[in-house]
Write a protein that binds this ligand. Sequence first.
Ligand SMILES: Nc1ncnc2c1ncn2[C@@H]1O[C@H](COP(=O)(O)OP(=O)(O)O)[C@@H](O)[C@H]1O
Ligand code: SF4
Ligand SMILES: [Mg+2]
Length: 326
Amino acid sequence: MSNHLLSVQDLNIFFKSDKNLTPIHAVRDLSFSIDQGEMLGVVGESGSGKSITNLAIMGLLPETAIVSAKEFVFNKNALLELKDTTWQKIRGGEISMIFQDPMSALNPFLSVEFQMIETIKAHKGLSKKEARELSLDLLDQVGIASPKERLSSFPFELSGGMAQRVMIAMAISSDPKLLIADEPTTALDVTIQKQILTLLKSLQNKKNMSIILVTHDLGVIGEFSEKVQVMYAGEVVEAGKTEEIINAPQHPYTSALLNSRPGAVIRKAKTILPSISGIVPSFNQRPQGCQFHPRCNFTQSDCINQKISLLNGCRCIHPLTNGVNL
Ligand SMILES: Nc1ncnc2c1ncn2[C@@H]1O[C@H](COP(=O)(O)OP(=O)(O)O)[C@@H](O)[C@H]1O
Ligand code: SF4
Ligand SMILES: [Mg+2]
């Protein structure tokens, strides 16, 4: 068993569909690891399997999901073999999660105080008074001014950014080893996005916490995470050090993602068009060979007739060099 905090090897997630159809293969042979205190950025278009991977880590996939893995270990716990009692300790305890829309994650009818105290009591076994004190301290840690006032607020009285800070305060209340932030800023204004990401980064460093940061913006990952994994159609297509990948993407999809960013001004010759044409293939109409080939500008005949493996962090048999494939 490895010493990583989270170690995932050959994770496969299927969803049972109607009786006559074969199950949908939504995540394929996914392997990655995270060490204590490390941030992993995960990027990819909608439908690439980012959220279901996170749900698998939290043990929250629906009954219709079939999960298998060679290794799927968090903090020495084999996640696919966990008993419910252990899950209760891990989920919302050692692993916490924040979501895209903080407003819908909060109960609109209950005060921030009530929601925070209930969450804290559930995981820490503190008295109400102690839980209240910890709530104030946590609100302060996540940069909320006048914590006392905010504690008595109801969700509708909070801005989106403030609501996300409250969610982060609740998520870190159990001192998680791993925080999963699944598109935590997608619902927020651009200026607020940066503040929230900066907050997450500072909590990562201060608490030596690991973070999985999911976003569809590779630029955000470039700014906040040293390590990145690019996903496409349920597979990792490129993974490694963010700086290297952003400076010299090898996979045509990564290159296209970079070029499709609003701020991307330098487009190299023969790279893919700014907006990536086509859509992620539906899971019951998978193309043969490379999953990206119907949308790739560099497809050759050998891309279509074989399964493409991840080699040196890139799942492409004609990788790019300086934005051009040779
Ligand atoms: N409950 C479900 N039942 C069947 N298929 C699902 C379910 N949830 C997700 N999927 C499949 O998994 C794919 C990946 O979903 P998801 O992880 O949510 O993508 P992402 O977060 O990258 O946008 C979806 O496109 C869908 O085909
Ligand atoms: S394997 Fe071929 S089709 Fe797939 S990304 Fe590489 S060049 Fe494009
Ligand atoms: Mg998602």
